[in-house]
Unconditional design. Structure first.
Length: 191
């Protein structure tokens, strides 16, 4: 809320932050930002809510802040709510925010399909990165997002590759904040 008094990450101490799921990228990002700003992430309360309920929860005072993704972030701004900081890009620059996984068995039995899927995703990612206006034009047609909301949607850079350094950095963060006990080897999960 514009008058919440929250100006920087450590101001979230003693506050309730809405996230879509506990133990996911949203609360991890908030915890990292609070820590790096000199605050105590254990003093932040997290509440799991569906994204489409977060704006109402902010307005009613049920939560003090919300980790919103698009198009909800743009919709919140259109309703006069103020963005504070990015819970994804600020604490973990260059970190992947999504990836596709498969099992060793599926990879062994369907390698050609996996290769074709990977190639198609790569081509689509490149197209999206090079043609943001075409993406904004297509979104209302294939989603329930209105054209006026789409026009103001902020997007992250799209990338085709996840590097071992990114996996190692994220693995360290996940261990540091108690999301995992053992490190993940990039060699074990990247193809």
């Amino acid at each position: 809320m514009p008058d919440s008094g929250i100006q920087k990450p450590q101001d979230l101490e003693g506050k309730t932050v809405a996230v879509t799921a506990l133990g996911a990228i949203q609360d991890l990002g908030v915890k990292i930002m609070v820590t790096e700003a000199g605050g105590d992430p254990d003093k932040v309360k997290f509440l799991a809510l569906p994204s489409n309920d977060m704006i109402a929860a902010l307005k009613s005072g049920q939560v003090d802040a919300a980790a919103l993704s698009e198009p909800f972030n743009s919709a919140a701004q259109a309703e006069g709510l103020r963005p504070l900081f990015s819970y994804v890009t600020s604490p973990t620059p260059g970190a992947p925010v999504g990836a596709y996984f498969t099992s060793d068995a599926t990879l062994a039995s369907s390698g050609e399909q996996i290769d074709a899927f990977t190639k198609a995703i790569g081509e689509a990612t490149q197209y999206v990165e090079e043609n943001p206006d075409a993406v904004k034009k297509a979104l209302p047609r294939y989603t329930k997002i209105s054209a006026d909301v789409v026009e103001n949607v902020n997007t992250f850079p799209y990338v085709n590759e996840i590097t071992p350094d990114q996996i190692d950095a994220m693995s360290k963060r996940l261990i540091e904040y108690g999301y995992m006990d053992e490190p993940v080897s990039a060699q074990d999960i990247l193809r």
